[in-house]
Design a protein around this ligand. Structure first.
Ligand code: NAD
Length: 257
């Protein structure tokens, strides 16, 4: 079964990895629902541009993934979905004893709890139609830790656990649930960490990229949004029908260390 004509919701898809995934699915003929909480003219325009570029239906639906009701309303407004990609995520870096409690709550809500709500809302429709693919964008930080990223690491490990549980609950149905664990991908989320790190270590941009960001990525290259999108498309292909409850690392060897 191909993704052509399937409805795919990609949360947090007006930039970065989410946008890359949305583009790969649109290219393969899926009807794509873009999402963010911003609801700007340019978000709706982006949907129109992608629809024209790939000759498929692309809609934008605003929903704040930090709110459970919004997450469920996104699935309802989309009319359900065949493919659900939980991608929305934020980051905050601080030592645990200085970590602002509101940042902890926001990261757990957006990076973890949103997936609980969207999956709970999407599964009944997938069961009814007899096909479904859930792909959670976790992180190398879903499998390993780094200092100063307590909330992010906790949320991403949580997503890996949620992935396994949903896979077991859907194992006898034609539904799969997997997590992709990217290493560093050069997106606005990562770009935003560069200036502070340059200042902190008095380093050039190139040194920050190679020796700080990509320190643990043996390939010394960023993964790309196209590679993440291509892996989502693979997980939706017939070759991946028996792949469920697992993680796929796209990290240039990080988790082999
Ligand atoms: P990004 O900042 O480019 O994109 C984040 C997306 O989430 C945006 O579309 C933003 O609008 C959306 N978003 C943020 N808060 C939201 C909210 N409350 N409601 C709805 N949407 C919201 O970041 P990215 O790097 O593309 O990250 C996307 C996902 O990939 C995240 O889950 C992140 O943890 C994960 N990831 C990123 C990297 C990386 O190196 N960039 C590595 C591993 C995992």
């Amino acid at each position: 079964m191909s993704v052509s004509g399937k409805t795919a919701i990609v949360t947090g898809s007006n930039s970065g990895i989410g946008l890359g995934v949305a583009e790969e699915l649109a290219k393969a003929g899926a009807k794509v629902v873009l999402n963010s909480f911003t609801d700007r003219d340019e978000d709706h325009k982006l949907a129109e541009e992608l629809a024209a570029k790939y000759g498929t239906e692309v809609r934008y639906i605003a929903a704040d993934m930090s709110k459970g009701d919004d997450c469920r309303a996104l699935v309802e407004k989309a009319g359900g979905c065949d493919i659900l990609v939980n991608n929305a995520g934020i980051q905050h870096v601080a030592a645990i004893d200085e970590f602002p409690a509101e940042k902890w709550d926001a990261i757990i809500a957006i990076n973890l709890s949103s997936s609980f709500h969207t999956i709970a809302a999407a599964l009944p429709g997938m069961r009814e139609k007899g096909w479904g693919r859930v792909v959670n964008i976790a992180s190398a930080h879903g499998l390993t830790a780094s200092p100063y990223k307590s909330a992010y690491v906790a949320a991403k490990h949580g997503i890996v656990g949620l992935t396994k549980t949903v896979a077991l609950e859907t194992a006898e149905q034609p539904i799969t649930c997997n997590a992709i664990c990217p290493g560093y991908v050069l997106t606005p989320l990562v770009e935003a960490q560069i200036p502070d790190t340059m200042k902190k270590y008095d380093m050039s941009r190139d040194d920050v990229v190679r020796n700080v960001l990509l320190e643990r990525q043996p390939s010394k290259e960023f993964a790309t949004t196209e590679q993440i999108g291509g892996t989502v498309a693979f997980l939706c292909s017939p070759a991946a029908e028996q792949i469920t409850g697992t993680t796929i690392s796209i990290d240039g060897g990080w988790t082999a260390l």
